[in-house]
Ligand binder design. Structure first.
Ligand code: HSE
Length: 409
């Protein structure tokens, strides 16, 4: 029997307990011994839980229990998660987490601490919820040099954008619906401003390129400025708008990493990933494109990934699973101004298209309202070149209503 503790009994934590109890026989058959939930840490009371007698409000009961070999952190947030996880690792316990904020902020440090203490720190559920992505990248694709990773990594924003695209809903109404259906949090800032997707692409980039990428070194835009006009123009240009986390390896051993809404051509595999689903494309030099698709959030999908990590830790109590990257100082990341994209621009003003052609050269354009409103797409250029040109267009009397990158996906 391997004793474990679960810190947090919210959506994911209760899902982990549920799977461990309902799938006990299946997991026993796989592991050859029982996974026993010895303690659950939560400040709330759960008198109706089948394991109500094992709840504690005191972390010290977990850290001081020598029988507990694996601790699951599903509390979310940075503090006290970071302090609890560090202490567990230092006490010789393996840790499993679904907390992307924690891994994106402290991944390198916690991986080093786990190495030092000869235990495991696993976080499959931190990216893509129930979609296997960390383990496949770390094991199945290990022979590849990763050229690019691009993904729809946030279910809430993908749901909102899908409602705007398919049902013509305004952003605010689609967000309200997402909240009513339980996809979006009461405070949806981290989702709609792109921070959640940014943390996830940072974790994947750290894993793929071996150096920690911190979220504050990644240019991040959310979807709050996307309008129905943009959605309709995107359709006319043969694209859909998706929030994309993307990292690309450049020739100089640097990486280009960004989180931003992008026009995704309909032929791209990512264009058809809708509603609350996530999709991640990994381009390996040997495999070419490999695409992972599934539920990126939710109780049982996320808990499924957590339980897989628990089983892995239980199978390797005295052996380390190789999952590691070193700390990073951001010197391998190019500045967003050097990043190259074709751009979509929506404008208002007399002769806007003619003026845009004069500045950008060859463009593809569509106009409405007798030529007063227009949208156009440019060829690929660095963001600094684009900024210079768009500022010139604005100073020529054209109102710039929106600019969105076009994903070469
Ligand atoms: N808020 C996240 C999402 C939850 O919408 O994808 C899963 O990380």
């Amino acid at each position: 029997m391997v004793s474990i503790a679960i810190m947090g009994h919210g959506v994911v934590g209760s899902g982990v307990a549920e799977i461990l109890l309902t799938h006990k026989q299946k997991l026993f058959a796989r592991l050859g011994e029982e996974i026993y939930i010895k303690k659950v840490l939560d400040l709330r009371e759960f008198p109706d839980s089948p394991i109500a007698d094992r709840f504690t409000k005191d972390f010290e009961e977990i850290i001081n229990d020598l029988e507990i070999r694996v601790v699951v952190e599903v509390m979310g947030g940075l503090h006290p998660s970071y302090e609890f996880v560090s202490r567990c690792i230092k006490a010789g316990k393996s840790v499993v987490t679904s907390n992307k904020e924690l891994v994106a902020a402290y991944g390198a440090e916690l991986l080093a601490l786990a190495k030092e203490n000869n235990v495991n720190f696993l976080f499959e559920a931190s990216v893509g919820g129930g979609i296997p992505i960390i383990r496949p990248m770390n094991q199945c694709l290990v022979a590849n040099i990763v050229d690019e990773i691009a993904g729809i990594l946030n279910g809430t924003t993908n749901f909102i954008l899908t409602k705007m695209i398919e049902d013509g809903m305004q952003f605010a109404d689609a967000l309200k619906l997402a909240q009513e259906l339980g996809f979006a949090e009461k405070d949806p800032t981290a989702d709609i401003e792109g921070h959640d997707a940014c943390r996830k692409i940072c974790i994947l980039a750290s894993l793929a390129f071996g150096k920690h990428v911190y979220p504050d070194s990644v240019h991040t835009e959310g979807i709050t400025k996307i309008t129905l006009e943009d959605v309709k123009y995107a359709e006319k240009f043969g694209c859909v708008i998706k929030l994309i986390g993307r990292v690309k390896k450049l020739n100089n051993n640097k990486i280009d990493i960004i989180t931003a809404p992008m026009l995704v051509p309909l032929k791209s595999q990512l264009a058809n990933i809708d509603n609350e689903f996530n999709g991640i494309m990994v381009r390996g030099d040997c495999t070419g494109d490999v695409v992972f698709y599934g539920k990126g959030a939710g109780k049982l999908p996320t808990a499924s990934a957590v339980v897989a990590d628990i089983v892995d830790c239980c199978q390797h109590l005295k052996k380390r699973r190789f999952l590691f990257w070193t700390d990073g100082d951001g010197s391998n990341i190019i500045n967003v101004s050097e990043s190259v994209f074709a751009m979509y621009v929506r404008v208002k003003g007399r002769d806007a298209v003619v003026k845009a052609e004069g500045i950008f050269g060859s463009i593809q354009s569509l106009s409405t309202h007798g030529g007063d409103r227009a949208a156009f797409t440019t060829k690929a250029m660095t963001y600094s070149e684009f900024t210079e040109k768009i500022n010139k267009l604005a100073s020529d009397g054209v109102e710039i209503l929106s600019t969105i990158r076009i994903g070469d996906l």
